[in-house]
Design a protein around this ligand. Sequence first.
Ligand SMILES: [Ca+2]
Length: 448
Amino acid sequence: MIKRVFFTVSSLALLVVSSSAQPVHYTSAYSSMSLAGDWTGWNPSANNMYLVSNGVWETVMFLTPPTNGFKFTANGGWTDNWGSSGKVGQAPMTGTVTKGGGNITLTNLTDGFYRFRLDETANQFRVELLGYVYNGENGNLVRNGGFDIADAVNTNEAYGWKWRPAMAYGDRFGNSGWVDWRYRSALKEMFVGQGGGGVWQDAPAGEDFDYEFSAWFWMDGPGDFGPWTSAVQEVKIEFFDAHKEVKIGEIAAKIPFNFDEDWHQAIARGPAPTNTAWARATVNVSGGGNRGTLQIDDLAMRAIPRQNQYFEAWNFKTTGTLVRGGWSAAGAAVVTNTSLAYIGRSLALRTNGSIRSPYIDAGIERIEFRYRNGNAASETNNAPVDPVSVEVRVSPTGTGDTFQSVATISDIIQQSYGLFFADAPVGRIGTTCFGYPCHCWHQSFPHR
Ligand SMILES: [Ca+2]
């Protein structure tokens, strides 16, 4: 049942928070931080970075140019800036920065999402490629997931699935091979036989995403060749740090036994842990029996973004309906005074104003945001006069205004930020603020 509570005026600030569920307030010696470079017009006041821990700033940008220089600048100007004279390289790239140091140059960029991190205390920076899309593969991070393309050098192997020094991101292992017995997608598949084996491939990854790895399997039933047996057969995603030195997490799912001699899909899905820079998609089989084989085809791994909004990119202040990145806000204004925000900027909503996420096909696992009762729509921070309330809603179909209430936060009066989080049914987020004014910060996690 939807409980609607009407107040006079509302102001709701919506901002992206870190993935932590704890209400935390990070500190810095600086009021704001910017990544200034060729792709931002060297704007020192873009204020495009946000605190992820005390003194550590991050931003994620989609870059396309082949070569770029950049520096970090604080407080909207060049007085405090960091660089590293003569530093040139590709992502992943780490190093030491110095105050007033020269430009850092990224070379040989692949189109994609890059995360930049500055640790103002340790004077360290990091750039990493989070993910990108291969042409024609609809976001699939696995190259040649259907095994249908031959390697250009060794035509007895599938492209992407046998280690060579120039492409050290994938391999097959154990008793496995490239065959054309009963492919699901033309004209080839991979098999694993007696003793076991499998395939793996790496892709750039980032901690801001969930990952899903799926693969199709066909196994010999009782008959001329089978039944196929094994001790372990699984699909899994292993997460690694920027240098692939530390495995920092794993998500695995068993491959069920099906002896109807048809193709079946197995899926592993979950969130990337903190500091993830690579995701390794693996089909792993051990203890394979001496009858029949397990056959593999059509592998896909995709990055699923968490639907976050920090509002720092909503760099305008206006009223009416605002739309950005699939999100929409009605009766809203972007508050550019960052001191009023939890992180970055905030979104203020007036009476019956609302903020809505895009429809999330995979469903929503969790809704999380920060909220406060500030003051008038003006960018001041006077004590609130009247309590406000916020109703959190979802739309199961993502169409129209058929929202269902998840929760109502009533009698919000405090100026300090509170944290709301709740498990959510499938749908699209909708938050309406009733009262005057309140500030909220949103984050949701896709269902997994
Ligand atoms: Ca195939």
